[in-house]
Design a protein around this ligand. Structure first.
Ligand SMILES: C[S@@+](CC[C@H](N)C(=O)[O-])C[C@H]1O[C@@H](n2cnc3c(N)ncnc32)[C@H](O)[C@@H]1O
Length: 275
């Protein structure tokens, strides 16, 4: 599978009220790394999708704050510096739900911020987290990433190595891959850059009426589908969501970008099935 890579998030975040590109380019990132007081590559593995690595470094421009970064090939996939919208994806979605026995699925483990946010809710009794990259799951199991133990020590949480899109569009299996297609209260997805910018061209079929309908069918009545996006909210995607789901909304999540000294934003889409 060809995987176009997700740029490290600060490179592509929308900088509110700024039409110029942030002065924080990938090359600058490499120079900063060279200056880091503490830099350690914690793991490096070859995968069918490319070489993936996990690094820990201190950031001199942020008082030597320790950051964890995931690289796939030459590109940055995720940084522990930018996590606000990843966590809000969960909190905004779960705020839509009532009940005290919630089953939640997260597509895209990464550094685990979206998933760990679900475990902060005592109403969540089951969390399935699906990631296609075995090393990413392995880092959590080995406690190499800050939230690894939070996820793996919690009996409510199951980490599953699978292609989320293959699982979610297969009507004959559950999210855990078992033959029981049990429906869940919430499905939260952070895999692609946005509904129209994908890691892999094959992912595009998910962001169609057919793909989204398959998710809607795996949700319980009143269930919620949440999607993270690096782009501003997109009217065409909202129309598409509206054609499949009962209610839809888009939420701008703003956060400070210490590299640009400006505010950046991501979008969280929410879509619910009828009660
Ligand atoms: C940007 S990261 C997710 C970040 C996460 N929200 C967090 O809080 O750290 C995207 C993740 O999606 C995973 N991924 C890529 N393609 C996938 C697929 N087809 N199915 C499941 N996971 C996939 C990557 O391995 C990566 O861990």
């Amino acid at each position: 599978m060809q995987l176009g890579l997700k740029p490290v998030k600060p490179h592509s975040k929308t900088i509110k009220n700024h039409s110029v590109k942030p002065p924080f380019h990938r090359h600058a990132f490499h120079r900063i790394n060279a200056l880091s007081i503490d830099f350690k590559e914690l793991d490096y593995q070859k995968t069918p999708l490319g070489d993936i690595s996990l690094r820990r470094r201190s950031e001199p421009r942020l008082d030597d704050r320790v950051l964890y970064e995931v690289k796939l090939g030459d590109e940055f996939l995720m940084s522990s510096l930018f996590t606000e919208a990843e966590r809000q994806l969960t909190h905004l979605a779960l705020a839509e739900l009532n009940g005290d026995d919630l089953q939640v699925v997260v597509g895209g483990l990464g550094l685990g911020y979206t998933a760990a946010a679900a475990l902060e809710h005592s109403a969540v009794t089951s969390l399935i987290v699906i990631d296609v990259m075995a090393p990413v799951i392995d880092w959590h199991r080995r406690g190499l990433v800050p939230l690894g133990k939070t996820l793996t020590d919690d009996p409510r949480c199951q980490l599953i190595e699978a292609d989320f899109f293959a699982v979610s569009t297969n009507p004959d299996i559950g999210f855990d891959g078992s033959a029981k297609n049990s429906r869940v209260h919430a499905v939260l997805v952070d895999i692609d850059h946005s509904p129209s910018r994908w890691l892999n061209p094959g992912n595009g079929t998910f962001y169609t009426a057919v793909g989204l309908s398959s998710i809607a069918r795996k949700l319980l009545p009143g269930g919620v589908f949440g999607l993270w996006s690096d782009d501003p909210d997109d009217d065409r995607f909202m129309e598409l969501l509206s054609s499949v789901f009962h209610t839809v909304s888009a939420h701008e999540v703003a956060f400070e970008n210490p590299y640009t000294d400006a505010e950046s934003t991501n979008t969280v889409y929410l879509a619910r099935t009828p009660n």
